[in-house]
Design a protein around this ligand. Structure first.
Ligand SMILES: Cc1cc2nc3c(=O)[nH]c(=O)nc-3n(C[C@H](O)[C@H](O)[C@H](O)COP(=O)(O)O)c2cc1C
Length: 205
């Protein structure tokens, strides 16, 4: 089975919820599996270390997870219009993969969550793509053939899936946001299957 790495950081749970929906979309494609991974928070105390296995939720990602997977869905909360530092910190540890070109040619997509409607979903999504371009990944968004993209009144952009979590970050994913998360997962899985012709059937189950 080919795997899509669904790699995310989430402080309050919104992006974690999106990640599970993206993973569901990946697994709607026959022969594809999602590998869910997160990253630890970063500390102002540089010597502080976190247990290598988190007490709950997805395991922490390693560079091997990136290397082994056929594609990547990358999720982060919006932090001042940009991705969160823990995810950037992890990406900054991937120079060996950049040197070897291990990610070149693999499909990738991005997703985010914001507190406010115009709080920077698009800027975050676009800036999350930049390091992936440096790795030579093939960036994919969401097409307007997804009807929700035209009608959503909360999250959902052509640059990737998004969620409007509200000021208290407790607003649940809307039906449209859920469908767009799943569409992103499916799209990545289909692309990864098509780019790996050795893989068997990648039609939607
Ligand atoms: C330091 C910090 C900066 C943030 N910056 C923004 C921002 O620029 N725009 C916005 O709409 N929300 C911003 N937020 C809110 C989060 O993006 C939002 O609550 C998100 O849904 C959290 O995702 P999570 O539940 O996965 O942690 C910020 C939150 C924090 C803690």
């Amino acid at each position: 089975m080919a795997e899509i790495l669904v790699l995310y950081y989430s402080r309050y749970g919104a992006v974690a919820d999106m990640a599970r929906r993206v993973a569901r979309g990946v697994e709607e494609v026959h022969g594809m599996q999602a590998r869910l991974r997160t990253v630890p928070p970063v500390s102002t105390v540089c010597e502080a270390v976190e247990d290598s296995i988190p007490s709950e939720g997805a395991p922490y990602a390693t560079v091997e997870d990136l290397q082994e997977c056929a594609g990547l869905a990358l999720g982060s909360p919006t932090r001042f219009g940009n991705m969160a530092a823990p995810l950037k910190y992890f990406l900054d540890s991937t120079s060996s993969l950049w040197l070897s070109g291990a990610l070149a040619g693999k499909p990738a997509g991005v997703f985010t969550s914001t507190a406010s409607m115009h709080g920077g979903q698009e800027t975050t999504l676009l800036s999350m793509m930049l390091p992936l371009f440096h790795h030579g990944m093939l960036l994919m968004g969401l097409p307007y053939t997804e009807p929700d993209l035209l009608t959503t009144e909360t999250g959902g952009t052509p640059y990737g899936a998004s969620h409007l979590a509200g000021a208290d970050s407790k607003r649940p994913l809307s039906d449209a946001e859920i469908r767009l998360c799943r569409a992103l997962g499916r799209r990545l899985a289909h692309a990864a299957g098509a780019l790996n012709p050795g893989r068997p059937d990648t039609s939607t189950q």
